[in-house]
Design a protein around this ligand. Structure first.
Ligand SMILES: Cc1cc2nc3c(=O)[nH]c(=O)nc-3n(C[C@H](O)[C@H](O)[C@H](O)COP(=O)(O)OP(=O)(O)OC[C@H]3O[C@@H](n4cnc5c(N)ncnc54)[C@H](O)[C@@H]3O)c2cc1C
Length: 491
């Protein structure tokens, strides 16, 4: 790379949000470069790890058919999808975030969701219905919240957007890492410092769009913001999302927004890799704990495993596991529960024993303590079989920690234990932006020349995230930021 380069717009990151920003800036006539810290094989950060579902407003199946050319001429009379209105979208996002989501960003997200999906389509993103297997075998009602998924899931999405970028003359510079932002005399962002194999370079630009993901792969930042228990978490996605954009922007006075103590996570196999591997990431979560018990290395339970379905509690469960000694726990099941475990437990290596005492010994857990835990649990629990898809109301009370559902005695050997820890998916806290994706300073003024989109922004997710909302907001604010950044080339 030359010592000093110039592009009208430089985009940091090469995932969904970044590539949407780059394409939108190019639409404005800007010369655009995209910097990607990773090699081409790992391009796109967390994006390739997703199923690439998008949540947006639509008016039902006939409406979506226009965006899925593969459906032309196919008989879909056996299936239907209800419209997904702005009002529903608003209600869902407000509910999962307990009303903390930024109203300004939410309204922009909802209003721009559908136009952005159409625009991505026009750029070459091929869509498909979010049904598993063939459309011919689609259920009679397809849930309406996630209207479409990109063809080929996350890897397909990155591939299609990258090809679109290339077709549009956008340069993607791989293994090129943004180090810091540069400012002009009035505080405006006018470039950045980047590092590649040849060394450190200056890239001048009229505007920079930061779309370089969250800080989930940075143990120091996890510890600082999420809490010490997250230090040893397994990273489910990319190793490259280390909060570089958060730090660079805040160094020049950008404001923080959103829930910096919040993240998405899950109990995960103790043998999961330290950072994600696309092919196996989906097989690593361990979410059948509601039909068993979880014990820590001291042999004690530490949470109500049956508070609700795993979908409602798994983030909380990841936190609870990480807070235990060594950040690990044992999910213990008996022979009645075993056939009901999620399919992905099939690849795990449990410890098995005929008695709880032997199980504890094999695990290296205090045997008397685990025996006492199981026997007091059994004394409060019921007889019966598991119905994992029904909140059965079979509760165990009178324990230090109750179990609200599926409290069925652990009494049929052999017993098995799966060792788990906590895995982090992505972080919620980030940069403060406005509805035009301009990064704001701590006095709420836009920092001239600086835009941000995707996981790097804060203010949308709090406490929980909304399924398929991450990619959608990345695309919406990526596009808006790209438009704003592209227009600055004239100034
Ligand atoms: C296992 C898993 C499953 C998920 N499932 C879903 C789902 O089903 N639906 C959904 O909506 N979301 C899902 N997500 C979240 C989703 O992946 C993110 O919301 C989305 O990928 C964020 O997009 P982004 O473009 O902001 O960041 P990313 O896609 O993570 O891209 C960030 C990019 O920045 C690059 N980068 C980082 N630092 C630098 C630097 N200093 N210089 C240059 N480049 C840099 C990275 O290499 C990467 O290419 C999931 C995440 C994971 C891990």
């Amino acid at each position: 790379m030359a010592e000093e380069l110039y592009y009208d717009v430089t985009v940091v990151g090469a995932g969904n949000a970044a590539l949407c920003a780059a394409l939108a800036a190019r639409d404005q006539g800007a010369a655009v470069a995209v910097l990607e810290k990773a090699p081409p094989s790992a391009q796109g950060g967390n994006c390739p790890y997703t199923g690439a579902g998008f949540r947006f407003t639509h008016t039902g199946l006939d409406d979506l058919k226009r965006l899925v050319p593969d459906l032309a001429g196919k008989d879909l009379s056996h299936t239907s999808m209800a419209p997904y209105s702005a009002e529903e979208f608003r209600r869902h996002l407000t509910t999962v975030t307990h009303g903390d989501t930024s109203e300004e960003l939410m309204e922009a997200l909802i209003a721009e969701s559908r136009p952005t999906v159409d625009w991505m389509h026009a750029k070459g993103v091929r869509w498909e219905l979010p049904v598993q297997g063939s459309v011919a075998r689609a259920p009679s009602t397809i849930p309406n919240q996630v209207g479409l998924a990109a063809y080929g899931a996350g890897p397909g999405l990155v591939d299609m957007l990258t090809k679109a970028a290339r077709r549009n003359g956008i340069q993607v510079l791989y293994e090129t890492k943004m180090l810091k932002l540069l400012q002009g005399p009035k505080g405006e962002v006018n470039g950045l410092m980047a590092q590649d194999a040849d060394g450190v370079h200056t890239i001048r630009a009229k505007a920079v769009v930061l779309a370089c993901g969250g800080f989930e792969a940075n143990a120091e930042m996890r510890t600082k913001y999420l809490g010490g228990h997250w230090e040893r978490a397994k990273v489910r996605g990319a190793r490259y999302n280390t909060g570089d954009g958060h730090r660079a922007a805040m160094e020049i006075g950008a404001a923080a927004a959103g829930q910096w103590t919040g993240c998405h996570g899950t109990p995960i196999d103790i043998n999961a890799p330290a950072t994600g591997i696309v092919k196996i990431t989906d097989s690593q979560p361990r979410r059948s704990y509601p039909i068993g018990i979880m014990a820590n290395v001291a042999g004690r339970r530490f949470m109500d495993e049956g508070e609700g379905f795993a979908e409602q509690t798994f983030v909380k469960a990841a936190v609870a596991v990480l807070k235990q000694e060594r950040g690990i726990a044992y999910q213990v099941f008996d022979a009645k529960a075993r056939p009901h475990l999620e399919e992905r437990y099939g690849i795990a290596k449990p410890v098995e024993a005929a008695t709880i005492r032997d199980l504890a010994t094999k695990l290296g857990v205090n045997a008397a303590a685990l025996e006492a835990t199981v026997s007091s649990f059994n004394a409060a629990a019921r007889d019966g079989d598991y119905a994992p898809r029904t909140l059965d109301g079979k509760a165990a009370h009178g324990l230090d920690i109750p179990k609200s559902n599926w409290a069925i005695k652990l009494d049929r050997p052999p017993f098995v234990a799966y060792t788990v820890t906590g895995g982090i998916t992505y972080t919620y806290g980030g940069l403060c932006i406005n509805a035009k994706a301009q990064v704001l300073d701590t006095e709420d003024k836009p920092i001239r020349g600086l835009f941000a989109a995707g996981e790097i922004i804060g203010g949308i997710f709090y406490h929980n995230s909304l399924r398929s909302g991450g990619l959608m907001h990345g695309a919406v604010f990526g596009r808006l930021g790209g438009i704003g950044a592209g227009r600055m080339r004239e100034e």
